[in-house]
Write a protein that binds this ligand. Structure first.
Ligand code: GLN
Length: 545
C-alpha cells in the first residue's frame, strides 16, 4: 500500500527489560489494523549464531519458526500480535552477521581488502535489515535492536541505523524506548536517565524521532514537554507507555497516545482508515471478564524463569479468553515431585501440562505427574518431552516394561520406547541434529485430535532429537495409548492419545508456537474446555453437599 517500504528502528535505553518487543509488536498491530502489511525483525547483539544452544535460564524460551529457525522469544510476541508467521530473516544475531562476513572473506569476496567492522559488518547488518523490505511483501519493516544503547555489543547496530536513516530519509525513523523512573522519596518522575540515554544515541549520530517512555505513573504535559525540549523531539512524539495489566492492552494504550499517527505522519503515510481493533477488543474483553476459572499445573524444570515457557503461558491466555475462563497456572518444579508428595501437590488441579525439555533432570517427577493425571482422569497435555514421558509412563506402568525409557535419558534402556532415528545418528554437530520447523501431520479418523482440529492434515513446528519408537506402537495401541497423528512422509508418530480418559493427549511438536490472539491454538482451547468440564461436576457436587 505504501509506495516504498518504510523502516522503523526501535532501540532501548536506561535499562533492559523495558518491553521493546511488546511496544514494537503493538505499533505493528496498530499499523496492520490500518491495512498495512507489517513485519518485525529482532537484531540480537550476542555472539551465538542463534539462541538454539542457549540454556533457557539465560535467555528464556527459544522460539521456533515454520522454516525451522531457532529464535528469540520476541518473535513469539510478533506472531501472537500480528498473526503472521515470521522466519529466519526476522532474527539476526551478531554471531550470524560475523559468520556471513567471515564466510565471504574465506571465499575471497572482499578481493584482498582488510575486513572491518565499518563498512563490512555494518553493511551486512544493513543487508539483513533490508532483506525483508526487498521481498516486496511489506509496507513497513520494524527492526528491534536488542540490548541497551551504550553497550559495546550494540555499537555496530546503532551505526547501521545511523547510515540507513541517512540513506533512506523520510522512509525511515527511529524510536527510542526509555524509562522515566518515579522516585518515592521525592515523589517525582525523573527525566534525567532519558536525557542521558538520548545523549548516548546522539553521540553515535542518531537523533531519535519518537521517544516511548515507560512509566509507572502518567507523565502529564509538563514532563512530556520537558523531555521534548531536552531531547530535540516534538512534544507529541513523547509517548507515554504506562504499566499495563496485560501485554495485550499495550496496543490500545499506544493507540490512545496516537503512536501510530505520529509514526505515519513522520513517514509520510497518508489516507489510511483508522485502526480496526474490534477483534482485539473482543479478545481483551473476554480475557478480562472471565466467567469461570481453572487451575492448571505446568510441570517443567525451568520454572524459576517463567520466560522459559512464554509461548505456553500465552497460549493458555488465548485459550482461556476463548473459553471465557481465567487460567491460573501453578508452576510446579518437576524435580520437587515424587511419588510421596504427588497427591498433595497436584490435588485441586483441573489440568496438567507437562512441558518440553532436554535431559534427564526432573523426568521422574514428570512421569509421576502423568501417572496421577492418567489414573485420576485429570486432563493431561504433554508437549514434546511431555509426550515422550507419557509414552514412557504408559510403557512402564501399563505394559509392565519397568525400565522403559528414552535413549536420551538412559542410553542403555532395554526398552527404548523413545529413540533417536537411524538417519540422525550420524550427525554429530549438536546444533545440527534436531528436527526443526514445520512438518505435516495426518490425523487419524475417529480420534479426539481430529475432532479438535476439525481437519485431517495439520502442520506444526518441531524442536527435538528423539522420536516415538515405532517398534512399540502396536503394543501401546493394544493397551489403549493410540498413535493418532503421523508424519505422512516418514511415518513418525507425532500425537498419542488415550482412549478411556476425559482428555489425555501428547504431541511431539510444539503447538504453543502457533497460538495467536486471532487464532488461539485448538489443542489449548480444547484442553481448557476439558478442564472446565471436568471441574464443573465437582463444583456442583460441592454445592449440593
Ligand atoms: N529432549 C527431547 C528430544 O530432544 C524433547 C525436546 C523438547 O521437549 N523440545 O527429543
Amino acid at each position: 500500500m505504501t509506495e516504498k517500504t518504510k523502516y522503523i528502528f526501535v532501540s532501548g535505553g536506561v535499562t533492559s527489560s523495558l518491553g521493546k518487543g511488546i511496544v514494537s509488536a503493538s505499533l505493528a498491530k496498530l499499523l496492520q489494523a490500518r491495512g498495512l502489511s507489517v513485519t518485525i525483525q529482532k537484531l540480537d547483539p550476542y555472539i551465538n549464531v542463534d539462541p538454539g544452544t542457549l540454556n533457557p535460564y539465560e535467555h528464556g524460551e527459544c522460539f521456533v519458526t515454520d522454516d525451522g529457525a531457532e529464535t528469540d522469544l520476541d518473535l513469539g510476541h510478533y506472531e501472537r500480535f500480528l498473526n503472521v508467521p515470521t522466519s529466519q530473516a526476522n532474527n539476526v544475531t551478531t554471531g550470524r552477521i560475523y559468520q556471513s562476513v567471515i564466510q565471504k572473506e574465506r571465499r575471497g569476496d572482499y578481493l584482498g581488502k582488510t575486513v572491518q567492522v565499518i563498512p563490512h559488518i555494518t553493511d551486512e547488518i544493513k543487508r539483513r535489515i533490508k532483506l525483508l523490505g526487498n521481498t516486496g511483501d511489506y509496507d513497513v519493516v520494524i527492526t528491534e535492536i536488542g540490548g541497551t544503547v551504550g553497550e559495546i555489543e550494540s555499537l555496530p547496530y546503532v551505526e547501521a541505523v545511523r547510515q540507513l536513516k541517512w540513506e533512506l530519509g523520510q522512509d525511515a525513523l527511529s524510536i527510542h524506548l526509555t524509562l522515566i523512573p518515579f522516585l518515592k522519596a521525592s515523589g517525582e518522575l525523573k527525566t534525567k536517565p532519558t536525557q542521558h540515554s538520548v545523549k548516548a544515541l546522539l553521540e553515535l549520530g542518531v537523533q531519535p524521532d519518537i521517544l516511548v517512555c515507560r512509566t509507572e505513573y502518567p507523565l502529564g504535559t509538563e514532563i512530556k514537554q520537558k523531555v521534548a525540549r531536552f531531547c530535540n523531539v516534538a512534544p507529541n512524539a513523547v509517548i507515554e507507555s504506562i504499566d499495563a495489566s496485560t501485554i495485550y492492552e499495550v496496543p490500545l494504550l499506544m493507540q490512545k497516545e496516537q503512536l501510530d499517527l505520529v509514526v505515519m505522519d513522520k513517514l509520510g503515510i497518508e489516507g489510511l482508515p483508522s485502526a480496526d481493533l474490534s477483534h482485539w477488543n473482543d479478545f481483551l474483553d473476554k480475557f478480562k471478564n472471565p466467567k469461570t476459572e481453572v487451575n492448571i499445573g505446568l510441570i517443567g524444570k525451568y520454572i524459576e524463569l517463567r520466560d522459559s515457557y512464554k509461548s505456553i503461558k500465552e497460549s493458555f491466555d488465548h485459550a482461556g479468553a476463548r473459553n471465557e475462563c481465567k487460567v491460573n497456572v501453578s508452576w510446579i518444579h518437576s524435580e520437587s515431585l515424587s511419588e510421596d508428595n504427588i497427591e498433595r501437590t497436584l490435588k485441586g488441579l483441573d489440568g496438567i501440562l507437562v512441558a518440553p525439555g532436554f535431559g534427564e533432570r526432573g523426568t521422574d517427577g514428570k512421569i509421576a505427574a502423568i501417572t496421577y493425571a492418567r489414573e485420576n482422569g485429570i486432563p493431561f497435555f504433554g508437549i514434546c518431552l511431555g509426550m515422550q514421558c507419557a509414552v514412557i509412563e504408559y510403557a512402564r506402568n501399563v505394559l509392565g516394561l519397568t525400565d522403559a525409557n528414552s535413549t536420551e535419558l538412559d542410553p542403555k534402556t532395554p526398552h527404548p520406547v523413545i529413540d533417536i532415528m537411524e538417519a540422525q545418528k550420524k550427525v554429530e554437530n549438536k546444533g545440527g541434529t534436531m528436527r526443526l520447523g514445520a512438518y505435516a501431520c495426518n490425523l487419524a479418523e475417529g480420534s479426539k485430535v481430529r475432532d479438535v482440529y476439525d481437519t485431517d492434515t495439520i502442520s506444526e513446528r518441531h524442536r527435538h532429537r528423539f522420536e516415538f519408537n515405532d517398534a512399540y506402537r502396536s503394543q501401546l495401541e493394544a493397551a489403549g495409548l493410540v498413535s493418532v497423528g503421523t508424519n505422512p512422509e516418514s511415518g513418525l508418530v507425532e500425537i498419542v492419545e488415550l482412549k478411556d480418559h476425559p482428555w489425555f493427549v501428547g504431541v511431539q511438536f510444539h503447538p504453543e508456537y502457533k497460538s495467536t490472539v486471532a487464532v488461539p491454538h485448538p489443542l489449548f482451547v480444547d484442553f481448557i474446555r476439558a478442564a472446565i468440564e471436568v471441574k464443573v461436576p465437582e463444583a456442583k457436587e460441592l454445592s449440593s453437599r
